[in-house]
Design a protein around this ligand. Sequence first.
Ligand code: PEP
Ligand code: MG
Length: 551
Amino acid sequence: MTELRGIGIGRGIAAGPVRRMPDPLPIPEDEEFTGDADAAIAQAQAALDEVATWLTEQGAISGGDAQGILEAQALMARDPELTKDVATRITSGASPERAVYDACLAHQRLLEGIGGYLSERAADVADVSARARAVLRGVPAPGVPESDEPFILVATDLSPADTARLDFSQVHALVTRDGGPTSHTAIVSRAKGIPAIVGVNGADTLSDGDLVIVDAGAGVVRVAATEDDIAAAQVARDAWLASAGSLTTATHAGGALKDGFAVSLLANLGSVSEVAEAVALGAEGVGLFRTEFLFLDANAAPTVAEQQAHYTELLSAFPGKKVVVRVLDAGADKPLSFMPSAHEENPALGVRGLRALRAHEQIVRDQLVALASAQRATTADLWVMAPMVADAEETDYFVSLARELGIAVAGVMAEVPALALVADQVFETADFVSIGTNDLTQYTMAADRMLGAVSSYQDPWHPAVLRLIARLAEAGAAIGKPVGVCGEAAADPQLAIVLVGLGVTSLSMVPAALAEVRATLVTVTREEARERATRALTARSAAQARSFGSS
Ligand code: PEP
Ligand code: MG
């Protein structure tokens, strides 16, 4: 058995055959096509036909509502207007691939322009385009692979939209070449409680059908396992599932240390559909509601009424409890089509988060108005915060805008190291600070959270990150304002102890992590947590901090 190493997410284990997620197709080159135009037109036509036939077959297999949807999509692939447009473009000098790409894009824009139901069909045309171009290239169609048996999904990386389409009864583990411990693949795997290993050097060598064991606790993918190895791994998986299940069903007291010192344990959510699970797992409220996840597929900015409905449903689920909502965090890893940005060489360092909202102020105004009216309709304790805030001036801007539009409690996320360095100034106006350790680590360590090659830097245990957190916690304590953590760091039980020791007052995490963090916090007193934090701050590396801070 060979072994591939990466960063394990969670402690789970899974085994089974690999299914690879094909990489997205590149945009075809826009260069003069000099081949035989008639043959090229026939080729493009045949590719579209093949896609239409496949969609119809899939519809027949699925039945129910899906059949109607897939048949409608097959009709799009056979649309005479589309095929005519493809032929015209080829005659004017486009390659078959480029002609399919451009014709479908024009069709998409047309549908989007009409609006309403038809604009939602634009994504179906984009899918037809990608499938037909894959046929022309002779490569597998992009998108989540289908399978009748459970499998291990291997990908370069997964976007939020990809992960939204995964069927976790079939996908037993995720392995990605890129991505670090705070990438969206990692976030989703924690949320779903399935093992993942990200930043796996050599993930590209895995092929469909390879039998692998994914041991997230060890951060290892074992390749070419025998049937016996797989059977042993299945036994380990059952034991892991059973122990995770018993922690989850234990009674939920509020989060507290051994000496009774209370630490609120809150949930990170991205949609209202996740609320029931969070409540069942004992979330004491919501520490981060990622509103951009509601609108990832939207082509137009959401209306006040539409948003108000979402937020009212969310707040109604937490009567009398704290719910921290983050205004849209668009850009970099979370692009929103209704807030387009110019091409940027380094999107993570570009116009994102609050910077993007300032450039589209009406969008954040509408969002704050919708939040304020949802608050008035419910009894939840709504707190609102802005992402990617760099300093006191930006804090003042957001807090005064939020107050003007009726938000009672307004704060900022600490994700940019600059904000931590001026934390005392920030607290002059912010009601609270919530530390986004995913981005704070990315920017402190200058390591792209999406890039596997630098994933070893993406470690929130790094003493540089811990020192910034300590600074924020001290500034909050000095003025008596709360400082929470809502990045993935809060979901690491040992790190959670250190964060509390540093002075953090609440921890927000994927609901699946609540049980283990709760069970770990009660094993230490506040004094012990402080001692661990003090030791971790003196470490010379993330690994040393982890070892100093874990006992
Ligand atoms: C963070 O950066 O830690 C955070 C919570 O925000 P997101 O992961 O959505 O960027
Ligand atoms: Mg962030």
